[in-house]
Design a protein around this ligand. Sequence first.
Ligand code: IMP
Ligand code: MG
Length: 184
Amino acid sequence: MKSEMEANILKVLITEEELHRRVAEMGEELYRRFEGKNPLFLGVLKGSFVFMADLVRACQVKSDVEFIAVSSYQNATASSGRVQITHDLQQDITGRHLIIVEDILDSGNTLAFLRQYFLTKGAASITIVTLLDKPSRRTKAISADLSGFTVPDEFVVGYGLDYAQQYRNVPYIGVLKPEVYTHG
Ligand code: IMP
Ligand code: MG
């Protein structure tokens, strides 16, 4: 049965099975890199929440989790360039090995801003992990240390990623039909 949301999806880019297989590999890779280092998984809300939940369970290393919320889009499909912290860190990160968990690395504005912010807060090291990478749209000199999938220059939704706060609960990564953007 097609859900109300699925009717608006033009195509599936990454299936649930592909997501789970890749996230498992990423968890194992992070285990190898961070065993014995007590890293702090730092999710960038809201988009990373589904990926974060799967990634931390795929990486059974002694660690803890933290979140920061930022916004830069204001319901459009292109970054406004300004990054605002809407929910700040709730703990001291001085001396911590951070694993920043992002949904997608697009222009790079968000992560360029956050990397600088976390350095000024005294992080010992910063590792950028992104589920998706859209390198064709990069305007900032920033790259992921670990990336799940490279995606083409198309606006994607699902597995945490939204369009106007919707579609985060779609279990795969898909592309919306063009008329959805024009008619809301
Ligand atoms: P950047 O600052 O341009 O790199 O954008 C990063 C943020 O923009 C991500 O964390 C997402 O929340 C959002 N974003 C960028 N591209 C997409 C997309 O294709 N679909 C949904 N959200 C996106
Ligand atoms: Mg978003």
